[in-house]
Design a protein. Structure first.
Length: 146
């Protein structure tokens, strides 16, 4: 008990609130979701504007016009960005929603492969790492270490 007197930060772990329960993986996932959501929003805006940046495919099983894909990516991007912001609360529901939303984003980018292959592969990799980070993070261990 007397050892706590010499340690200036001894009692702060209980008072710090949700920040203490955040693990590095959850923080990483939140930041990557915000960045990935912002990139998907920009990708959606570019598709809605019918930018010449995209490849036109003729024989693809999941054919939508470019404007439809733009709206899909815009909506998914907004939801991913908001879910990434919610992760900073440290709540378990935010992790579950994050896993679901990033899974939807991963599927959307897989279906988007023929239109913008390089970008889709990058965002699929980011989404995969984010899902891994959200599934393997142990905030309760981070709270006990702090």
């Amino acid at each position: 008990m007397a050892d706590n007197v010499n340690q200036p930060h001894a009692g702060r772990a209980r008072d710090a609130g949700p920040q203490v329960s955040q693990s590095g993986w959850v923080f990483f996932a939140a930041v990557m979701m915000i960045i990935g959501g912002a990139m998907a929003i920009l990708e959606g805006i570019a598709a809605i504007a019918k930018d010449d940046l995209f490849v036109r495919t003729t024989n693809y099983a999941f054919t939508f016009n470019l404007t439809s894909w733009g709206w899909i990516h815009l909506i998914v991007g907004i939801v991913v960005l908001l879910a990434g912001c919610a992760l900073f609360s440290g709540a378990l529901w935010a992790r579950v929603v994050g896993i679901f939303v990033v899974g939807v984003s991963l599927i959307a980018h897989f279906l988007w492969l023929p239109y913008y292959p390089f970008w889709s592969v990058i965002l699929i990799a980011i989404d995969t790492i984010v899902i891994y980070a959200l599934c393997t993070a142990h905030p309760e261990r981070a709270a006990t270490r702090a």
